[in-house]
Design a protein around this ligand. Structure first.
Ligand SMILES: Nc1ncnc2c1ncn2[C@@H]1O[C@H](COP(=O)(O)OP(=O)(O)O)[C@@H](O)[C@H]1O
Ligand SMILES: N[C@@H](CCOP(=O)(O)O)C(=O)O
Length: 318
């Protein structure tokens, strides 16, 4: 379990009075997160999620929280940040930045069928469109610059095969990012981490996207590639599942049609989506932070996905 900062009901008794939420009745640490410390919080008015941000700074956080509020106000299903009596949505707890957001109903669908992928694709397109007029900007802090900085840090830990793959892919992505096709891609606020565990379903009904803390302004296609690389694959081999991919991409395209540039960039972008998470998992695996309990994600999963994307080019977007 990753609880970096413990919080008790006693810690909350005064703190919670700045909200219109009544008294705090129960608080329970959530085990699955790896970036932040999360709690389910029950108060006299309902159930919420309390997050303490361990790495993100007060400079980055307004972007995430205001984006969630912007999207929620436009009918995109995301948790709504709770404002205190002064109207602030970014708070401080135990000397660290913190937020309270509404708790989404349901649970993650970890064995998705085409029907779930279709719902995710349609909501993702709605999210991209709704974010178009969001006024704040944050670059992708896990984008090319971070890849270029992190690659030499993790390379010494890798055996020869993965080392060669990483070197070749970072080189290819550097060139791709400088290409006219890449520059023509439409962009705006994206989620950037829309994995199965960051979407809630109640039965087959999608109830929301959450965990926006890698959100940023980047190409919409990167968001789609990251999502396809998690939702539409065989988790054991990393191979694309064409039925699920088609369901997701057709549903997305029906809401926001893909552009010609997106079609041309699809293959390298799928590789970019795999590289990004291979690198972050390698970094967390070889250079872990201290936590009370922490289960690092397996980096070789994304090495397999990257090899699959290179060896078996994906079908065209449209
Ligand atoms: N708004 C929410 N509604 C319901 N459950 C949530 C919500 N936010 C987080 N959770 C729960 O907390 C878990 C960890 O949250 P997450 O944001 O993924 O953490 P981290 O960013 O640290 O990886 C999720 O898997 C989910 O079960
Ligand atoms: N989705 C990423 C890690 C980010 O963790 P999350 O729990 O915030 O989604 C991965 O799988 O490597």
């Amino acid at each position: 379990m990753a609880v970096f900062t413990p919080v008790t009901l006693d810690d909350l008794s005064q703190w919670i009075t700045q909200f219109n939420l009544g008294r705090a009745l129960a608080i329970k640490g959530i085990s699955s997160g790896i970036e932040n410390t999360n709690f389910f919080l029950t108060t006299e008015t309902g159930e919420y999620v309390l997050t303490i941000f361990e790495k993100l700074t007060a400079e980055q956080l307004p972007f995430y929280l205001h984006l969630m509020r912007h999207l929620a106000e436009r009918g995109v299903l995301v948790p709504a940040p709770i404002a205190n009596l002064e109207g602030d949505i970014l708070h401080t707890l135990k000397g660290k930045p913190a937020s309270i957001v509404t708790k989404l109903e349901g649970e993650s669908q970890l064995d998705p069928k085409p029907v779930h992928c279709e719902a995710v694709g349609a909501m993702l397109a709605r999210m991209h469109i709704a974010g178009e007029n969001f006024p704040m900007h944050l670059p992708n802090l896990r984008g090319l610059d971070w890849w270029l900085k992190t690659t030499p840090v993790v390379l010494p830990y890798l055996p020869d095969g993965p080392k060669e793959l990483l070197r070749a892919e970072i080189h290819a992505q550097d060139a791709f990012a400088a290409s006219p096709v890449y520059r023509a891609l439409p962009r705006g606020p994206i989620h950037a981490d829309l994995f199965r565990n960051n979407v809630m379903f109640s039965g087959d009904r999608l109830t929301g996207f959450f965990d926006f803390y890698f959100g940023c302004c980047d190409t919409w296609l990167f968001d789609i590639a990251v999502t396809v690389n998690d939702w539409c694959i065989d988790l054991r081999t990393g191979a694309l599942d064409l039925d699920r991919a088609k369901a997701m991409l057709d549903a997305y395209h029906a809401v926001r049609p893909f552009t010609e540039a997106e079609r041309d960039a699809w293959q390298p972008m799928l590789q970019a989506g795999a590289l990004r998470f291979w690198l972050s998992r390698l970094y967390d695996f070889y250079l872990p932070r201290e936590a009370e309990m922490l289960t690092p994600h397996d980096p070789t999963h994304f090495e397999r996905i990257l090899r699959q994307r290179i060896d078996h080019p994906a079908p065209l977007l449209f």
